[in-house]
Write a protein that binds this ligand. Structure first.
Ligand SMILES: Nc1ncnc2c1ncn2[C@@H]1O[C@H](COP(=O)(O)OP(=O)(O)OP(=O)(O)O)[C@@H](O)[C@H]1O
Ligand SMILES: [Mg+2]
Length: 504
């Protein structure tokens, strides 16, 4: 409990001020405190001045009223309507009466022209002299003089001359207590301070909440980044709802994460592909070795067998055996040749050739097989194709492989369409059949070496060898198919094959 409190305190003192939320809150609250302090001081100063002005005004009114009354009495005395004693008695009465009515009056006195006290609220102060600066100034300038006495300015002293036209009688001095006004000012001060503190507290709460709300998505983003950094989680869901800059930032960030994830998956796929290719390369080397070792003795066996045939007694049974051995030897030779083709980069003779003519010649060879299988061959040749630099043997081998596959996919017969076209500066050969087509589950593997669906009847090297040859020519081979409806193999060759490595 204590430890958690200490940790919280440490966080609040050292970490929080440097966080986004902390920085924003501190800056905003400082600005608000400054504004509220200035505004409070300004309001207080204005109110205080108003109070003081009001007090001065009340003092002036009181003095003026008293002056009027007293000068009237003095005029009566002057006109002998009232004798001196009556006048003094009236002054005493007036002073006492006024003091009783207005509790703010601390002291009130009437002075003669020399500043001597004629009448005073306090009898003990009679005959005292107030020949001070205010008295002299009031008498000289013939107007009231106001000053504050007391160290705390809590008493207002007004000295006003008593005169009728040019005749001076003396002066009246009233001391008014400003205690009440100062009390009101103190209360106002307290009210303003309490209000300012409440406002600051309220602003702090609002600002902190707002800062938290603003920084929340950024904290979330930073948490997500940390998780990604530590490889804890890559399954990020996009937050919705914000349309401000933070929302845009969130979206960009999540887009980046998605891309990162895709790239990661792509990297994984590429790696798997790489491993697979490595395996194939090793298999290629192995096949090359085996094929090479078998090729020579096989050639010898075939030669010996051909010679042996001449000496063999001819009857039906031996004829069948000989035919069987001969057929199997040819098949073995074919497989070995295919393997060698697959594994070595062919050093093919390269020359300019007419692709249309090359295909037409080939059709003579496959025509018989097509007829036997009830396959109709149709051709659409582009006469503008021109001559292309290529290895006739190799390209013939590719077309032958594809044609034989096509025939095999149409056991009930069908149509095999060959189309050549010059497109975007490239030669495009389309070979389309109406056979069984290729299902989606095996489509990715048909160009893999040794992949075959022909249950031992095929080596599974035809298409992989063909792809190798087209690659060597700097071209590409692709397939479009729909199971049950047939296939279309599209070979694209550059019109200028110099970029290919046919020369190797
Ligand atoms: N035109 C086609 N129609 C249907 N399937 C095809 C077609 N062409 C190729 N395939 C499929 O692709 C596989 C691989 O073909 P590929 O030519 O490489 O080997 P293969 O024909 O089985 O054997 P080989 O060519 O040595 O006789 C075939 O087994 C077959 O399943
Ligand atoms: Mg084949």
């Amino acid at each position: 409990m204590v430890l958690s409190f200490i940790n919280k305190l440490k966080y609040f003192l050292f970490r929080w001020p440097v966080t986004l939320e902390g920085k924003f809150t501190i800056t905003a609250v400082s600005c608000i405190i400054l504004t509220i302090a200035v505004a409070s001081w300004w309001i207080f100063d204005r109110e205080e001045k108003l109070y003081i002005a009001n007090a001065y005004q009340q003092a002036n009114v009181l003095t003026e009223t008293s002056r009027l009354t007293l000068t009237n009495i003095m005029v009566y005395n002057e006109l002998k309507i009232m004798d001196n004693q009556d006048m003094i008695d009236y002054f005493d009465y007036y002073i006492l009466n006024l003091s009783e009515k207005d509790p703010r009056i601390k002291c009130i006195a009437i002075l003669d022209t020399h500043g001597k006290v004629i009448t005073h609220k306090d009898i003990n102060s009679l005959n005292k002299r107030y020949h001070d600066r205010e008295f002299i100034s009031a008498m000289k300038e013939n107007k009231p003089v106001i000053r504050t006495s007391d160290k705390n300015d809590k008493i207002l002293v007004i000295t006003a001359p008593l005169n009728v036209s040019t005749k001076q009688w003396g002066a009246i001095r009233i001391s008014l207590s400003l205690e009440e006004m100062h009390q009101r000012i103190d209360v106002l001060k307290q009210e303003i301070i309490v209000l300012a503190v409440l406002l600051v507290l309220f602003a702090m709460i609002i600002v902190k909440a707002f800062a938290k709300h603003l920084s929340k998505p950024i904290i979330k983003l930073s948490g997500t980044m940390n998780r990604i950094k530590n490889h804890e989680d890559m399954n990020i869901t996009v937050a919705k709802g914000r349309r401000d800059e933070i929302g845009e930032l969130e979206h960009s960030f999540y887009w980046l994460i998605r891309r990162l994830k895709e790239l990661d998956e792509e990297k994984e796929r590429t790696f798997e592909q790489f491993i697979q290719n490595e395996k194939l390369v090793s298999l290629g080397y192995l096949s090359a070795g085996v094929a090479h070792e078998i090729n020579n003795p096989l050639g010898g066996v075939m030669l010996c067998f051909n010679r042996l045939q001449k000496y063999t007694a001819v009857n039906t049974e031996t004829e069948q055996l000989v035919f069987g051995i001969d057929d199997s030897l040819k098949k073995m030779k074919h497989i070995v040749e295919q393997l060698l083709d697959f594994s070595r980069s062919a050093k093919a003779e390269k020359k300019y050739a007419d692709v249309n003519a090359l295909i037409e010649n080939l059709l003579v060879l496959v025509g018989y097989e097509a007829q036997r299988r009830n396959v109709k061959i149709t051709c659409e040749f582009d006469p503008d194709l021109g001559r292309i630099e290529l290895s006739e043997n190799k390209i013939s081998q590719v077309i032958m492989n594809i044609a034989i596959n096509a025939f095999q996919s149409m056991p009930e017969g069908g149509t095999f369409n060959i189309k050549t076209r010059k497109l975007d500066g490239k030669c495009r050969i389309s070979l389309k059949d109406t056979g069984s087509g290729i299902s989606d589950d095996i489509l990715p593997y048909i160009f893999d070496p040794f992949f075959s669906t022909k249950n031992g009847q095929g080596t599974g090297l035809g298409l992989s060898v063909s792809k190798g040859i087209i690659d060597q020519h700097g071209g590409s081979i692709e397939v479009k198919t729909e199971a049950g409806k047939g296939c279309e193999f599209i070979i694209t060759l550059p019109l200028d094959c110099k970029n290919g490595d046919t020369d190797e």
